[in-house]
Design a binder for this molecule. Sequence first.
Ligand SMILES: [Zn+2]
Length: 249
Amino acid sequence: MRSSIYLTLAAIVASVATAAPFHKRSPAPVYRECSSPGTFALTFDDGPYQFSWDLAKSLHSQGIPATFFVNGKNWINVETDSVSTSDGTKTYMEVLKNFDDLGHQVASHTYEHKQLGGLSSAEVEYQMNTNADIIERAIGKRPTFMRPPAGEYDDSTLEVLGALNYHVIMWDLDSLDWATHSLPDEQQHYETLMGGESGSSGTGHISLQHEVYQQTVDEFVPWIIEYVKSKNYRFVTVAECIGVSSGYA
Ligand SMILES: [Zn+2]
C-alpha cells in the first residue's frame, strides 16, 4: 500500500514537471563583486566616446585589462560616427574592435541606455539583441555579460536576460565619477570605500567608472590605478573576476 502511494506521488511529480512551460528559463545571475580574492575589475559604462581609443591603449600599455559596457547609441552612434584618436580618425566600430584586440572585455549596456525595469519582454530583447548584433559585427562575437543602465531591473528583466543567456554585472565600488568631477572629492570617496584593505584577503572588487568624462580618463583613472596597485590588487576582466571563461557566446 505504502509503495503504491509513493508510485502515485512519483507520477504526480513527474506530470507536474512535464507540464511546466518549456520556455521558462532561470533568471539571469547577478554579480556584485569578484569571487577571486585580490582581484580588481576596472569597468567603464556609457561609451564608447571620444576618449575610449586612447584610454584602451593607455591601459593596455600598463598591462591592465578593463571591461567596457558599451551602448550602440548613447553619447555617439557606434554604427555611423567616427572619432579623432592618437592613431588618426577611427570609426566607433573600430574603437570596439580595438578594445577586443588589446585584451579588454566588451560587454553590453543596452542599445540606447534604456532603463530596463518595467519594459516589456520585447523591448528588453530589442535593446539587448540590437546591441549584441552591433558588437558582433565589430568584434566577431556576441557578449554574454551586461550591465543594466542605472543598475536598474526587475524580476521580469532578469527572466528575459536569463532566456538570452546574459550574466548581469553590478558593482561594489561606485566611483561617483559623474558627481563633482573634483579629484580630491573622488580620491576621498575611493579611500573611504577601500580604506584599510590590502587585497590579500576577502573578495575582489568590481569598480564603476564612466569613460565619457575627460576628467575621469585624464585624472581619476591614473590615480585609481596607482591606489589599487598600492593595495596589492591584480587587475582582471570581469570574466576572470567572477570565474566565467570568456564572456562571449
Ligand atoms: Zn550607464
